[in-house]
Write a protein that binds this ligand. Sequence first.
Ligand SMILES: [Zn+2]
Length: 601
Amino acid sequence: MVDVFMNGALSGQVSSGSKFMEQVIASRRKGTISKVLNIRYCKAEDKIEISTSKDRLRRPVIVIKEGVPQITKEHIKQLKENKLTWSDLIKKGVIEYIDAAEEENTYIALYDKDITKEHTHLEINPLTMFGSNTSLVPYANFNQSSRLNSGMKNQRQGISLYALNYLNRLDTNMNLLHQPQKPIVKSFTQDIFGDLLAGGQNMTIAVLNYEGYNMEDAIVINKASLDRGYSRSTHFRPYTTEKLRYAGGQVDKITIPDKDIQGYTVEEDYRFLEEDGITYPEVDVKGGDVIIGKTSPPRFLSKLESFSAMANTRKDTSVRVKFGEKGTVSKILLTESEDGNPLVQIEVRDSRIPTNGDKFSSRHAQKGVIGLIANSEDIPFTASGIQPDMLFAPYGVSKRMTVSHLIETLGGKVAALAGRYVDGTAFDSETYGDLREELLKLGFKDDGTETLYDGRTGKQYKAKIFVGSIYYMRLKYQVADKLQARARGRVALLTRQPTAGKAVEGGLRFGEMEKETLVGHGASLLMKERFDSDKTHVYVCDRCGAMATYDYYKNKAICIPCGEKAKTSTIEVSYAFKLFLDELMSIGIRPRLHLKDKYSQ
Ligand SMILES: [Zn+2]
């Protein structure tokens, strides 16, 4: 007997698993049971799984019966004449939706020419095996699958025009591309998603090495292209504060804080506040500037304290521009929160021109950072005077086997020269051969190479250089968000180590590898300075070896278990070691330090 599980719960048994599955599928195709039902017979575990829940991804395929696809030429003709709809085909059992579980029992042919007696289904189009993002990759069938996965991820990271009403919204940490373009080599899914869903720009590239500035994955960008506005974007960051009420009738105040309140910094930080305690639009701000002035009552007051002077010292809880950021105040919104408290929201925008280290990627996961922004006059040029926007090193292609990157570049060249879009839909694209032929007709070499001249010397390159046009995306990872340096600053209370993380102006770890560079340079004094910065003094009992406590009344260190007579010594250790000893004691382990005189034998 075979157990039958309905949405995960055991609900009965049948005598033959495969026969039962056939019957269920047949009745589903006939329409006597629900079309959303999917069934799987697992032979190894001898069980049947039936799913009708909402949490499954399902995809449509054409049904094959005894080696004959159920869709006919008549169907297709009627579809074209609008006499038949998609739902009609599902009702007739020509097309059915299967989920991942049912797919285990199927044998799906990619093309109708491949169909054998064993096949159960036929793909409507091989492209449907991709997700929506992956299907946007042109010539995707020429790539290895892992490149498609990363290409899909890169497309999600690409900056675009994400919503047309962006001026009326306050989104967290959002980037906006100024001049998005539709790719000229595109998949047909691009047309389904529409022109607005474009997250990049078409650019002319030359595949060559440039002084090593584009070694590994780095790219060299033409400064003239950036000056013309290539990949320019704006970063938006909202700042929010709520005017809260506290127990005892105390409230937050949105105002210019008085100088005597707790946490007031310097007057200069508050210079942009107007009378209402809020800054004004179109003012240029930088990290640390107050944009909303706010004071809060002191918290955690005991009953006694509430009568003292403490109750009147308010603290500064102003909203400041994040450390390391800059921008222009672009909108100010006064509204109410869900709880009915007054709410102030300010958006700061920052125009971002690509700089060294900003990340770019094509749709084939050929991602890289800018290694050099080269002056236009130094960039190579073709015989007709065309200068590439970008120089791309050739090693990246052979290593990652992104053949489609090269085909798209060639297709882009044809598209740009012929003034038309090139169809690069995976499995169903314009062929490479046709593109080469067309390029030849357009007066170029069919392999896409051209004679290039070095911009710096004017000399002709000995080799022919591959020049073409390809769609590139600017990714959201930008140097402006990551750049950080600190000379001195806060330390954590517990460990006395510098705080970690950019948001808290944290320190940068000087780790093992960095240490080795100092060793390599023989910079021993710097190394000493870097590695013993947190020394502390501890008192140790000479008799028992435990850490002694310092008695400030008697002005001497005392070991409490051994009494006042025991002698103590002062030693210098790192604070982290002292903390470690404290932590051991907190779990009931008593560490002892047995001291010896450094100078005696
Ligand atoms: Zn002792």
